[in-house]
Write a protein that binds this ligand. Structure first.
Ligand SMILES: [Zn+2]
Length: 339
């Protein structure tokens, strides 16, 4: 009985709160109107959202939670040896290290996401690549997007891979000569290099420097793949005469405003799963590219029924070592977060 009264009281409170909010939206005139006896449908309060699952639950419950929630909750890397674990879209990162958000020839974008963590080989790669890219393009430096979360793992939004500390997105925009504020790094918009029909490049934004930028990334021996939009790959095939590095540059959805660089499994990471290496094919034959410009990709038919959301990755889907990474104590790292 008490519960029932409490529930009724709670509901009427919500109803009153809802009415006030609605009246305030309409200003004083609405507030002075005679009190209604029955509310219009719009003022009926929405049901309360379900409570967020508490992360410190029993072991069984933790197993069934989406792993992205567990990994996103970790603000610091795990204590322990640096290791890339599992596969790029099914793994995690032990002993992750941060890329400083501002370097001589780079700036990290979207700093507030806390995704500037990687395996030490990825940090070393970026420190080496950024001055090389600057030299090859004449840019002041590069703008770096997401690497991984402090302990890697699935991400709550934005990427399927980037889980094992070996993937990084790098923007197609030159770094400005000045240090960007954190607010600018969060808000600055990308430049799209591809035309509206998604079949060719946009001559207003595409430059020959972009060829040098992509080439410099793909030429590095530790790089496994460089993903770009198909229109960009098509242009590289047109202007470059079958160089070996072109095989590593692969078309993928999106990637019209950034390249995605993926490193090979490092020698110190025995349970890192390698991606099959690209063969000798440069991927420039008509058939390989045609698919990307087909209606299937560019104008897919709208599904008649709403698509079922994909199944969430749980801890059981990840290598068992990822449980240890999640449970490990944190390594305290003082990051300079820009300005
Ligand atoms: Zn990416």
């Amino acid at each position: 009985m008490f519960m029932r009264i409490a529930v009724l009281f709670g509901l009427s409170f919500l109803f009153v709160a809802g009415s006030i909010a609605v009246d305030e939206r309409f200003g004083v005139a609405q507030a002075q109107a005679p009190a209604r006896t029955t509310p219009p449908a719009a003022t009926t309060p929405a049901p309360l959202p379900p409570e967020k699952p508490a992360i410190a639950e029993t072991k069984d419950k933790k197993e069934s939670l989406p792993a992205k929630l567990l990994f996103a909750a970790k603000q610091l890397p795990s204590l322990g040896k640096a290791m890339a674990i599992g596969y790029y879209p099914r793994g995690c990162l032990s002993g992750g290290v941060p890329l400083p958000v501002t370097g001589p020839t780079w700036q990290v974008m979207r700093v507030s996401r806390n995704r500037n963590w990687g395996h030490p080989s990825l940090i070393r790669f970026l420190e080496k690549f950024s001055p090389l890219a600057a030299k090859a393009t004449g840019w002041k430096g590069i703008l770096i997007g997401d690497l991984s979360q402090p302990r890697g793992g699935p991400l709550p939004y934005g990427h399927t891979s980037h889980q094992s500390g070996l993937d990084v997105d790098i923007w197609f925009m030159p770094m400005p000569a000045r240090v960007l504020s954190n607010d600018e790094r969060d808000k600055l918009a990308f430049v799209n290099l591809v035309a509206e029909d998604w079949k060719q490049l946009d001559p207003k934004t595409w430059t020959p420097q972009h060829v040098n930028f992509i080439k410099t990334a793909a030429e590095q021996p530790e790089v496994e793949r460089v993903l770009v939009n198909a229109a960009i790959k098509q242009e590289l095939c047109r202007v470059e005469k079958k160089p070996a590095w072109l095989a590593k540059v692969r078309p993928w959805y999106g990637h019209h405003d950034h390249i995605h660089v993926r490193l090979k499994c490092p020698a110190d990471s025995p349970i890192c799963r390698a991606q099959p290496p690209v063969g000798g094919e440069d991927g420039c034959d008509k058939k390989a590219l045609e698919f990307w410009f087909s209606d299937r990709v560019l104008n897919p038919p709208k599904p008649t029924t709403p698509a079922k959301p994909p199944r969430q990755i749980t801890m059981a889907d990840l290598p068992p070592a990822c449980k240890d990474v999640l449970a490990a104590p944190a390594r305290q790292v003082n990051q300079a977060r820009g300005n």
